[in-house]
Design a protein. Structure first.
Lengths: 391, 319
């Protein structure tokens, strides 16, 4: 039986990555992800992890070095947050376009300006369409498990796409929790050695990153899209295998006390944990409410969302980012999933927890009450930035 | 028979017969950069990985589904061939250590144009050189953003007319002097730094061979004549490179462990006008400006000679 270990979640993420024996780690410091690469560099310095740790001079170079390493046949890892992720932006689509299974941890953080180091999801939302699989953790155990699963999913021959595992800055990265760690032996059994499909080496001469003219460019993107859509099958298969070995189940959409619920809250990331406590409190008072946690952001689990919310009267989708002048990004996807469904629930779109503002149990209660009052059949594009002074 | 007296007869025997950058690429007529890359690859031999910044050479050589490269080749983006090269170098090191690739040295060689090296890629280059990877960086400098249509870069010489700093009634072309990137690299304590030009092919090949043997960072700055962007006749590409050296505009030297030496020497420098007058990009220069260029070139050349004469190898200096 694995031992429960109390540890800061960022350090736990690094421990989990180290269990996967990456060959190359390249990273640049930015709050709040920094403890992840710091701890990996500790493990390298202590001789516990045999990897090349490259202290690059920018996030752009961090991801570029990972591309070079992965193209040369190495298992590569990086981590970042906020502006750092945006600085990587130029090469984000290159990783997926070259079908390199790089794994990245994102300690999610708000974007400047105003400069703010605390959590929201603006960083990853800006990189939503770069061809990366995106997964959200809601607690430390999920972070540990997802880091290990990420390498297996990314490196699957049917997938061959990069993955980012999102853990909310501070709410997760800097919190100490008790977590179970698989043994090195168990990880080695679950995650075989990385066998590159192609690698830049004189023993297998290949040109990678070539110029795609209009005659071929669309085919390349179609192939990437097919791989992304097809990855859901592999993700679900990997999660089932994980459950079989370790007893912890993951699904693209996780339900919490949804049976008989009239209104459902929809969250992504660490808000899900507080929301569970809020749901318990409301249920004990007889309120017919439940919770749907979105775990898989890309590829988007349309079918699973439809199945999870079937029969409920309203959804309160809680976004931690805003697409200015348009929507909350999660709400837009959920609306699109339910648009032509018969008897679709009403959707209340709430943008909340921006720049690290706390989302408390009472906030979930207030929003659930709003959901219970919402009328069906009136689909609008409306959204609210919740709890803002002067509004 | 004396090798020196019959150099032309012997020279081809000194060069690798294998071709790694092959015909069929789409470089312009007279492109000295394509020639330089071909020579570089010959000097590197088969055990090298090329990491190419976005630019002319990437565009002309890699139109999917074709490739002109018979060496393993990777293109990522414009500003990061040094960073991607760091990753390749690190991967080669760790995979060899872990027995996951064959146990022989393979050189990571990052290449880029002047835009990708002097300007947008300078940070990544500086980082890679400072970290000390086993990485050779070769800059092919054609003195402007030629791939996008002859825009001014930090490597464009004073007075040159480009599409973003054109000469006109209110402009005399580029108003700043060319950045001295070689000195920036030397300031990084890079153990092998050299300038070269494919107009002196054996000199260039020997430098690539030397740089390949360095266990650590090395940097070669290659002047690559671009007839299209310089507005000169394509058949002049080789002689133009020689003129750049003979006038002192582009001195050809190397710095080994801090010790400077000229590898192409001239008893007397020719006037810069001989070089400038053959290129359309300098057509508008007044005699006064030519004089200004002449003075600057001689001053820079003398600065270099001073270093050649007076600076010692770092290993000779007391710690």
């Amino acid at each position: 039986m694995a031992k429960r270990v109390g540890m800061e979640i960022a350090l736990a993420a690094a421990e989990a990555v180290a269990l996967c024996k990456p060959d190359v780690v390249a990273a640049y410091p930015i709050t709040p992800n920094t403890h992840i690469p710091e701890h990996l560099s500790d493990l390298v310095a202590e001789g516990k992890l045999d990897a090349e740790f490259i202290c690059v001079e920018s996030e752009h170079s961090a991801l570029s070095a990972c591309i070079g390493a992965s193209a040369a046949g190495a298992r590569a890892f990086t981590a970042t947050s906020s502006q750092g992720l945006l600085y990587m932006g130029e090469v984000m689509p290159v990783v997926s376009g070259m079908r390199l299974p790089v794994v990245m941890a994102i300690g999610n953080r708000a974007l400047s300006a105003p400069i703010n180091i605390w959590n929201d999801h603006s960083d990853i939302m800006s990189q939503r369409d770069m061809g990366w699989i995106s997964i959200f953790a809601s607690n430390g155990q999920e972070v540990v498990d997802m880091m290990i699963q990420a390498f297996k999913i990314a490196e699957d021959r049917e997938v061959m796409l990069p993955i980012n595992v999102n853990l909310d800055g501070f709410q997760l990265t800097h919190v100490v929790e008790a977590m179970l760690f698989p043994s090195q032996k168990e990880v080695e059994k679950f995650l075989p050695d990385y066998k590159p499909f192609a690698q830049v080496h004189p023993d297998s001469v290949v040109s990678m990153g070539t110029l795609g003219l209009p005659e071929y460019y669309a085919e390349s993107l179609k192939a990437r899209d097919e791989a992304m859509k097809g990855s859901k099958k592999v993700i679900v298969r990997t999660w089932k295998e994980w459950e079989k070995i370790f007893g912890r189940l993951y699904e693209p959409v996780m339900k919490y006390r949804t049976e008989g619920a009239e209104a459902l809250l929809v969250t992504m990331g660490s808000m899900g944990e507080t929301a569970e406590a809020a749901i318990d409190e409301m249920r004990s008072k007889g309120m017919p409410v439940g919770l749907v946690k979105l775990v898989l952001w890309r590829p988007f689990p349309f079918e699973e969302i439809r199945a999870a919310v079937k029969g409920c009267r309203s959804l309160v989708v809680m976004d931690r980012a805003v697409s200015f002048g348009a929507c909350g990004p999660v709400a837009a996807e959920v609306r699109s999933a339910l648009y032509d469904q018969p008897d679709a629930p009403a959707i209340v779109s709430e943008i909340i927890g921006l720049g690290g503002r706390d989302v408390l149990v009472q906030d979930f209660v207030a929003l659930a009450e709003k959901g219970l009052k919402a009328k069906k059949g009136k689909q609008t594009e409306e959204y609210e930035i919740y709890g803002v002074r002067g509004s | 028979m004396s090798i020196v007296a019959n150099f032309d007869l012997y020279a081809p025997r000194l060069v690798n017969k294998e071709e790694y950058f092959v015909h069929g690429h789409r470089a312009c007529q007279g492109c000295a950069e394509a020639l330089a890359i071909r020579l570089m690859c010959k000097a590197l031999g088969k055990d090298a990985v090329i990491i190419n910044a976005t630019g002319c050479m990437e565009v002309v050589s890699s139109l999917y589904p074709t490739t002109a490269w018979k060496l393993p080749w990777l293109h990522v983006a414009f500003p990061n061939s040094a960073a991607a090269g760091s990753g390749v170098s690190a991967a080669l090191k760790v995979l060899r250590r872990k027995g996951k690739i064959s146990d022989r040295p393979v050189k990571a060689v990052s290449i880029g144009g002047d835009g990708g090296t002097f300007d947008i890629g300078l940070q990544a280059l500086s980082g890679a050189m400072e970290r000390g990877h086993d990485l050779l960086y070769v800059c092919f400098d054609n003195e402007a953003y030629m791939n996008t249509g002859i825009q001014r870069s930090g490597a464009t010489p004073f007075g040159a007319s480009t599409t973003t700093h054109p000469a006109g009634p209110a402009s005399t072309g580029k108003s700043a002097w060319k950045k001295n990137l070689t000195e920036i690299m030397i300031a990084h304590n890079v153990p092998y730094v050299a300038t070269a030009c494919p107009s002196y092919p054996i000199d260039f090949i020997r430098k690539v061979e030397k740089a390949k043997k360095v266990k650590g960072p090395a940097f070669i700055h290659v002047l690559a004549v671009c007839p299209t962007g310089w507005r000169c006749a394509s058949e002049k590409a080789i002689s133009m490179g020689r003129l750049a050296s003979e006038t002192g505009v582009f001195p050809i030297y190397e710095v080994v462990d801090g010790k400077y030496s000229l590898t192409i020497k001239h008893d007397k420098l020719r006037p810069v006008a001989d070089y400038l007058k053959l290129q359309g990009r300098f057509r508008h220069l007044s005699p006064d400006m030519v004089k200004q260029v002449q003075e600057r070139v001689v001053q820079e050349y003398n600065k270099l000679l001073d270093k050649v004469d007076n600076l010692h190898a770092w290993s000779e200096l007391k710690g």
